[in-house]
Design a protein around this ligand. Structure first.
Ligand code: H2U
Length: 330
């Protein structure tokens, strides 16, 4: 990771994103996620009153895929394998105009409960070994609809990013006889300069290794392998910290802040995973303002990631904004 904070002083005549769309209505008759509306393919959403989960009509993963492996000319160069799984969509609220930042902690708690139900139900299926819960927020991140929602992709094999994390956590545990993220939480709490906010069970910080300018790592302070291990008060604590992080993000540039976020946790492969420590990553694209994003191009694509402001400065910026949403201020 190359850190070069002086780079933000360079003049910017490059791309300027358009501001996120204007305020949304509470109900949009043309939205395929609003209660009572028809989705593509004709299925009609129920008149739901809190969260609503359904199988993605355009699922990238399907359960009925037969097992298969092709190694062209048996040279080990062009190898393809089939992958079974399923994709779900979780609507956070019937309200089209809300976001996590504008929902109450109690409402977010129902989202946490739904994620846990989904994680458990999907993970209990023998052919599903990994459950990825994530949210793409904002047009800049390719989100197709402003209605508050997340996705879940559940499949047979552990995908690349969690597999790399699993491997590093396993090696660290073997070497140091302590969980890597338990160690890291302690170090960051002592240091303090990368911490953004915390509650009894969770710590939000800009990680030392952050690639994106305002990247955030949300870590459970207690050693837990997965979201299913959260008890009643931890679930509420997760809802609380999610609201606080997303509110701080929105307040930074006073816009609905775009990001991709997702949970990383133990796979559902029936094995013991003492190395896994439950956490979430937030990857927002913005750098200088509401309209100037960080481009991961050139050196970043071909050599190594480079960041334009230090993680300590990013944490200070996120720490100094308030936890009252700019739209809720009187
Ligand atoms: P994104 O906005 O993050 O793309 O999520 C919306 C998902 O909703 C997307 O994966 C699905 C898309 O496939 N979808 C349906 O399942 N049914 C529809 O009628 C439209 C969109």
């Amino acid at each position: 990771m190359l850190v070069s904070p002086h780079r933000t002083q360079r003049p910017w005549q490059g791309s300027v994103e358009k501001q996120a769309s204007d305020a949304q209505p509470q109900y949009d008759p043309s939205c395929y996620l609003c209660p009572g509306n028809a989705r593509a393919g004709g299925v009609r959403n129920p008149d739901y009153g809190s969260t609503f989960a359904f199988t993605n009509d355009f699922a990238a993963l399907r359960p009925e895929v037969p097992a298969g492996r092709i190694d062209q000319e048996e040279r080990g160069l062009l190898v393809s394998e089939s992958e079974a799984g399923t994709c779900r969509v979780v609507c956070f609220s019937p309200r089209h105009d809300l976001t996590l930042a504008r929902m109450s902690v109690l409402e977010i708690r129902t989202v946490v409960d739904t994620w846990i139900e989904e994680y458990r139900e999907l993970g209990a299926q023998g052919a599903i070994h990994h459950v990825q819960i994530f949210e793409n927020r904002g047009e800049m991140m390719g989100c197709s609809n402003p209605h508050p929602h997340s996705q879940i992709w559940a499949n047979q094999t552990i995908p690349d990013e969690p597999r790399k994390e699993q491997e590093h956590q396993r090696v660290y545990l073997e070497k140091h006889k302590i969980c890597m993220l338990c160690d890291y939480v302690e170090l960051e709490q002592e240091a303090g300069q990368r911490v953004i906010c915390e509650n009894v069970f969770f710590l939000a910080l800009v990680p030392f290794w952050a690639v994106w300018p305002f990247e955030v790592l949300l870590i459970s302070k207690i050693h837990l392998a997965d979201i299913g291990a959260l008890d009643d008060s931890m679930r509420s604590a997760l809802a609380d910290i999610l609201k606080r992080i997303t509110t701080r993000y929105d307040n930074l540039f006073e816009i609905p802040f775009p990001y991709s976020m997702g949970f990383h946790q133990a796979p559902t492969d029936g094995e013991a995973h003492p190395e896994w420590h439950f956490h979430a990553h937030f990857y927002p694209p913005l750098l200088r303002s509401a309209t100037v994003r960080k481009f991961m191009v050139g050196y970043e694509m071909l050599a190594s990631p480079q960041r334009d402001l230090t993680p300590e400065l990013a944490a200070a910026r996120l720490r100094e904004v308030r936890e009252v949403h700019y739209l809720d201020r009187v």
